[in-house]
Design a protein around this ligand. Structure first.
Ligand code: PLP
Ligand code: COI
Length: 344
């Protein structure tokens, strides 16, 4: 139970942005080993001009959230899954793995040190937790950096998409997010760097986000720039795209479990073709930042696919999924074993 005095923030009107909080965790990898790490005040980083991250984008990150529960506790959702995904990412990017148990301990330390920024229950906001790691030592030839830094900072956030739970419109992108055998399945900073031009273009054209089709055939649904997809069939089956080149979303994996075990819905992970989009009754995005964001319309080169759930509110199955997932995160619904870590 936390009795800590909260920061003076307009929680209800928070968007998804960076807000400096008091403490961040820093650990350095030098001579083949991670140091103990510590909480620090300084949000700025000084590094060599030839650091691996600056020259060859050797950087990766994670994202999770801390919530205040209905009974006033502060909890985080499945941080062990983020720890595991970050170690998978680190291996793919030739970076040293930050030990998974130490990752979870560090997340806990940072949240404890920033309790006053964990939004109160009922505000719709949460404390976003951003672990990241980058090559800080100098490189000249194309090779992994000799030294790395691992950090975690936090920032109170509101909804990722303006308008909160209002359905959004997506554009089928002409750009590729991830190549076959590339890095789409890990959380590399470079995946986001190369999506910036596509998102700026999509925003200019009035879309909220991009739907990236698979790069090889451009016939299958992959994901958006920052979230996985789920679809609902007319007979209420929850379908999610199967692909080796999308990020294995922790929210999506949790949702599929919730759909099956809590809501007794049929679930299916399979290839989803652009040509079958018009057959679904609901579509949504899922992710830590996106939570569950309903999609009302997808535009595929002039062809509009409008989901029957419309542009005003979430469809009924998406709403049930949303209520159950957020109910688990806020302590209103009992969580599956091991999903909730109580911090304070
Ligand atoms: N896909 C991409 C590209 C993402 O950046 C994210 C965000 O982390 C997700 C999916 C959702 O993953 P998760 O539910 O683990 O946050
Ligand atoms: C997340 O949901 O945590 C993400 O990383 C998505 C986006 C903010 C990059």
């Amino acid at each position: 139970m936390t009795t800590i005095e909260k920061a003076n923030i307009d929680w209800v009107n928070l968007g998804f942005g960076y807000y400096k909080t008091d403490k961040r965790f820093v650990s350095n990898f030098k001579d083949g080993a991670w140091d103990e790490g510590a909480l620090v005040d300084d949000e700025n980083i000084v590094m060599n001009e030839s650091a691996g991250v600056l020259q060859y984008a050797q950087t990766c990150f994670e994202g999770m959230k801390a919530y205040t529960t209905v009974d006033g506790k502060v909890v985080i959702f499945r941080p062990d899954m983020n720890a595991k995904r970050m170690s998978d990412t680190a291996k793919r990017l030739e970076m040293p793995v930050f030990p998974e148990d130490k990752f979870v301990e560090a997340v806990e330390k940072v949240v404890k040190a920033n309790l006053k920024y964990v939004p109160p229950y009922g505000t719709g906001a949460s404390l976003y937790i951003r672990p990241f790691m980058f090559g800080i030592g100098p490189v000249m030839g194309v090779k992994p950096a000799p030294e790395f830094q691992f950090r975690i900072f936090t920032s109170p956030v509101g909804p990722y998409f303006k308008g909160g739970a209002k359905p959004i419109t997506l554009k089928v992108s002409d750009f590729d997010r991830a190549a076959p055998n590339g890095t789409g399945h890990v959380k590399a900073g470079l995946n986001y760097a190369m999506s910036l031009h596509a998102i700026v273009q999509a925003h200019k054209e009035g879309y909220d986000e991009n739907l990236y089709p698979d790069a090889l055939t451009r016939t299958k649904v992959e994901e958006t720039g920052g979230a996985n997809f789920f679809f609902v069939t007319k007979d209420n089956k929850v379908v999610t795209p199967k692909s080796d080149t999308i990020l294995p979303s922790i929210t999506r994996r949790s949702l599929m479990y919730v759909a099956k075990e809590y809501l007794s819905l049929e679930v299916e992970e399979r290839e989803v073709y652009l040509s079958e989009l018009s057959e679904f009754s609901e579509c949504g995005l899922c992710g830590t930042a996106a939570v569950i964001s309903p999609v009302g319309k997808i535009v595929d080169h002039g062809k509009e696919i409008c989901f029957p759930s419309g542009m005003e509110e979430m469809g009924p199955i998406s709403k049930k999924l949303y209520d159950t997932l957020t109910g688990i995160q806020s302590g209103k619904i009992e969580a599956p074993e091991g999903w909730i870590k109580v911090i304070a």
